[in-house]
Design a protein around this ligand. Structure first.
Ligand code: ADP
Length: 162
């Protein structure tokens, strides 16, 4: 059984993330979509809420589970017997950071292979930060995020929480 992990902040999950996980689920028997909840970043959504919204978006997808962890991705991968790490690539600007991370992870855990899936053209400009900024300013992000995320953002920002 080939198991893979797709780690990220997913703050919040977008349709770009959804596309990557849907395509990954066709390539591997099991894919763990894992929220990396390391302190340091100031997220909009608590980890548990991010997981809840991801589970809602993934409910019809077989072979995908949602989890979270703190610490190094390589440690999480070792503990869960995973040797494939999935990342999405949108543009050249993603490449440099992703290359560095993949190389560092390879040093720390040589059996781990990072597999990159290229973003679909229609999602290549979508990022969690862009989505949050548009939603914060009252814009419609329904085209960019799964329905449950859209509902959450609408409710969150209509409460005047900026
Ligand atoms: P991180 O903070 O770990 O980069 P993100 O939630 O921003 O977490 O992204 C997780 C992964 O998904 C990264 O590999 C990122 O490049 C990829 N990704 C983000 N947005 C998209 C998108 N629109 N299309 C394809 N991949 C994406």
């Amino acid at each position: 059984m080939v198991k893979a992990i797709y780690p990220g902040s997913f703050d919040p999950m977008t349709k770009g993330h959804l596309d990557i996980i849907q395509r990954s689920s066709k390539l591997f028997d099991e894919v763990i979509m894992a929220v990396v909840g390391n302190p340091g970043k100031s997220p909009l959504l608590p980890v548990e809420k991010r997981k809840e919204l991801m589970s809602a978006a993934l409910k019809d997808l077989n072979g995908v589970t949602v989890d979270s962890f703190q610490g190094l991705t390589v440690d999480y991968a070792k503990q869960n017997n995973v040797t494939i790490l999935i990342r999405g690539l949108r543009a050249i600007s993603d490449f440099e950071a992703e290359l560095g991370m993949a190389q560092a992870n390879k040093e720390l855990f040589p059996e781990l292979e990072t597999i990159f899936l290229m973003s679909k053209a229609e999602y290549s400009f979508i990022s969690s930060s862009t989505v949050k900024e548009i939603a914060r300013l009252g814009g419609d992000v329904s085209k960019f995020v799964p329905p449950a995320v859209n509902d959450y953002l609408k409710q969150h920002f209509s409460r005047g929480t900026k």
